[in-house]
Structures are given as C-alpha cells and as structure tokens.
Write a protein that binds this ligand. Structure first.
Ligand SMILES: [Zn+2]
Ligand SMILES: [Zn+2]
Length: 265
C-alpha cells in the first residue's frame, strides 16, 4: 500500500513553458499539460511535506497546491531554476516559527551563500532575526541519512559545473538535470519502482538527457514506471506521450503519484 506520494509542482525546463516571446505550437497550446512551471516536486509522507527544489515559480506552486507547511527541503543543485525562489520560503519561518531544514551538497551551500548573501550576514542589532534555513550539507558522493523522519539515500553527479544531488526515497529515485553519470548510478537505483528523470527534448544537449537518452536510462534502471521532467518546448505532451514505451510517461504539472516510502516495502 502506498504510504506517500509525489506531487509534480513543475515539470518545465529552465525558462518555463510557455517561453517568453515564443509562438511555437507548444508555447501557444491550449492543452494545460503543455504549460509547465519550473521543475519542483513535493513528497508527502506521514503528514509531512518535503520539497524538492524551490525555483522562481515556488510561490505560485505553493498557493496553487495549498502547501502550508514545509518539513524539509532538498536542493538538488544551485542553478536559478532550482533555487530562485528560496527567499519566498521565508513565510514558512513565520508560520512554523523555525528554520527550514534543508539538505544539499556542501558545494551547493557555497553557491547559495553567494546568491543569497544577505541571509548569511550577521543579524542586525535590535531585530529579531531568525535564521531562515537550517542547512544540512552532505559531502560524500553517495550516502544515506534520516532527514526529518524520512529515510533518504543520495547519489551525486555532475551537470556542467554543478554537483547535483540524486535522491532515493522509498521506492522512488529522482534525478533532475542529469546528463553524465557513472555506471554506479544503476546500482543506486536497483529495485526502485518509480523513476523520475529529466529529459529536455530531442535536440542533443551538453547538460541534459534527450528523450531518447532518458528512455534508455529508464530501461536500464529497471523501474516499473518512469516519469520525465524538466521538459522544454520541443515536447508537445500528447504527441510525445504517445511515442513513449510502456511504463514511461511525461510528467505534467499537478500530477500526483503514489509512493511506498517505508523501508519494509
Ligand atoms: Zn534545471
Ligand atoms: Zn515555444
């Protein structure tokens, strides 16, 4: 039985879909599944909310899905489309009267410190300054920890100049912004039932898998079901969905899928 779920808050590439100024068939499509906010997801487990990334659309995503508390935040890597909305999470400090627990790679933390330098300046005298985040940096390439009651395994890979955190939570593996990886990743995903992996489009990219490459990755993972995210405007939902092999799907904003998270699956 499912004891958790994954809600796709956004499934779009870094510009979001529609792309500003673009008049292509996808950007002008009337199909809601062709409208994609920046990639982010919410894991619900045991009454808790765990957010994966907080891009520039996070305020809208939180309002739309009534995300009123956040128990943990994963930052996969520090590119704008994944961290641009961190400052929006300040409201949760007021609601919850505590810092947000945030798991990320130590190299990502260094970048976040540069991007949001003012969050790290000493508190101004006379102001009741609550630190916005309680950062829990990981330094290893792979590892396991209990994060606010959620058993998490992680596996790092490199995208361009950034180290990206891949996650394994229960029967789910989640990899965004992936292009290069070592074969150990298939050891890491062994036994997962649900795979979430990014697939930018059809044009080869230096920093993202194409749809074809993502299909090959999903096949090799052995997952029963795979969902593709971080989709660019080359991907028209209904058409591309119809081309995918059985068990593989394009994720879309607002889709929620069941997960089994407890260790004794
Ligand atoms: Zn991205
Ligand atoms: Zn377009």
């Amino acid at each position: 039985m499912a004891d958790g779920s994954l809600l796709f808050l956004g499934t779009g590439a870094s510009s979001g879909i529609p792309v500003i100024g673009c008049t292509c068939v996808v950007c002008t499509s009337s199909n809601p599944k062709d409208r994609r906010l920046r990639t982010s997801a919410l894991i619900k487990y045991n009454g808790k909310n765990f957010l994966i990334d907080a891009g520039p659309d996070i305020r809208r995503q939180a309002l739309q899905h009534q995300i009123n508390t956040i128990d943990g935040l994963f930052i996969t890597h520090p590119h704008y489309d994944h961290v641009g909305g961190l400052e929006e999470l300040r409201v949760y400090n007021f609601i919850q009267k505590s810092a947000i627990h945030c798991m990320l790679h130590t190299e990502s933390l260094e970048e976040v410190k540069k991007l949001f330098y003012y969050l790290f300046s000493p508190s101004i005298e006379g102001q009741n300054h609550t630190s916005q985040f309680d950062f829990i940096p990981v330094t290893n390439q792979t590892g396991e920890c209990n994060f606010e009651g959620l058993q998490v395994r992680y596996f790092c890979y490199v995208q361009g100049n950034a180290k990206v955190l891949g996650l394994r939570i229960g029967d789910l593996a989640y990899f965004t912004d992936i292009k290069s990886y070592t074969d150990e990743i298939f050891e890491f995903v062994k036994g997962v039932k649900t795979l979430v992996v990014s697939a930018l489009g059809f044009t080869p990219s230096r920093v993202h898998l194409t749809v074809e490459e993502a299909v090959a990755f999903a096949e090799r993972s052995g997952a029963e079901k795979s969902y593709f995210i971080h989709l660019a405007h080359e991907i028209e939902h209904n058409y591309v969905e119809s081309l995918l092999p059985q068990g593989m799907h394009l994720a879309y904003d607002g889709l929620e899928i069941p997960l089994r998270i407890n260790d004794d699956n």
